[in-house]
Design a protein around this ligand. Structure first.
Ligand code: MG
Ligand code: ZN
Length: 350
């Protein structure tokens, strides 16, 4: 314990010398292992945006309960800096709520945003604002989002707001609290003085191959500009998730995987374009775990590769983390998933 606190002190002291970023953009490719990342290098006509990173690390993703994590424990590690049990949303092993980095930054005056392709109450986005024992408590997670004070969110899950067993209407509550709420995708410019909630499908948005347009990169870009204006120098935190990378693995669908991975790469490009121009924004791209045991094997002839999913489950190889911006050098090396959040907090002086 003594050794640990000494190490933490040294770590904090070192961080004090690092340049502190003003804004943080966290992009989570759910289920995105190194093989998934690699597909962009074989299936994109131009250089993948992944190539723009110079600081790269590896993250061990096991949860406190399982060697192979789920997205709930995985996102809780990134949001709250703790290892917990599979299915936990923002709570520890004793089911006690643990503050999230988004909540702590909000307290400090940061603006906050969340984007996902799944329900906004799903495990990955949910862990940044909600605290419940089990990831399936979608209606309670929606209720907690309606009170969380997030400046912007976009995703799916309308039913958990409007068709609830308790007959409450979290959608109406948010409207009453001043949110511009919308269930139809809107390309209208976002106004910095307003708060927004977009619920664009009953349960989840369509996959790329089922007709989703450039929603993820486009919205990520628009929201970065919105948060930049709205925060007016006080800093912002955005989490944007490529949710379908995981689902491609669960359904062993290589076409889906390639389309979703390329879409996520464009999303990374949008974040990096802003961060390069801004010079004061940290971009972190990582995954909660790998899904499907994807392999890139020798194809039918020497110019082709064969993509094969070995399983429809999550797997536990280390996942890559790519970091750009002030303090990025702190994120190289190999560490536990919850340490990523602790490094970020130390860098931000939390
Ligand atoms: Mg997810
Ligand atoms: Zn999954």
């Amino acid at each position: 314990m003594k050794l640990f606190s000494t190490a933490l002190l040294i770590c904090t002291a070192l961080m004090a010398f690092a340049q502190k970023p003003q804004n943080v953009i966290l992009l989570i490719g759910d289920g995105m292992g190194l093989s998934q990342v690699s597909t962009t290098f074989y299936y994109k006509d131009s250089d993948p945006h992944f190539k723009r990173f110079r600081h790269i690390g590896l993250v061990k993703t096991s949860s406190a309960s399982n060697k192979v994590t789920d997205s709930a424990a995985g996102a809780t590690a990134y949001a709250s800096g703790i290892k917990t049990y599979n299915r936990a949303i923002g709570v520890d092993m004793d089911t006690m709520p643990v503050p999230t980095i988004m909540e702590e930054l909000k307290e400090k005056g940061y603006c906050t945003g969340l984007i996902a392709l799944c329900s906004i109450t799903h495990a990955t986005p949910g862990c940044f604002y909600a605290h419940v024992k089990d990831r399936d408590e979608h209606e309670e997670i929606a209720r907690q989002l309606s009170l969380a004070g997030v400046d912007f969110f976009a995703g799916a899950g309308t039913r958990y707001f409007t068709k609830r067993a308790d007959e409450q209407n979290s959608y109406a509550v948010m409207q009453k609290n001043g949110y511009v709420m919308d269930t139809i995708q809107s390309n209208k410019p976002l106004e910095a003085h307003k708060k927004y909630g977009f619920l664009l499908a009953d349960v989840e948005m369509p996959s790329k191959n089922n007709g989703r347009d450039d929603f993820l990169p486009r919205t990520t870009k628009a929201v970065i500009d919105y948060l930049d204006q709205r925060s007016n120098g006080k800093g912002f935190f955005l989490m944007s998730e490529g949710s379908y990378i995981d689902w491609a693995g669960h359904s062993k669908d290589v076409e889906m995987l390639i389309a979703e991975q390329l879409d996520f790469d464009e999303t990374i490009g949008a974040a990096l374009d802003f961060a390069e121009k801004d010079g004061n924004t940290l971009v972190i791209v990582t995954a909660d775990h790998e899904t499907g045991g994807l392999s890139l094997e020798k194809g039918a002839n020497k110019d082709t590769i064969q993509l094969t999913f070995k399983t429809d489950q999550h797997t536990t190889p280390l996942v890559p983390v790519f970091v750009f911006g002030p303090g990025a050098e702190n994120f190289t090396g190999i560490y536990e998933n919850n340490e990523l959040q602790l490094k970020l907090k130390a860098l931000l002086g939390l």
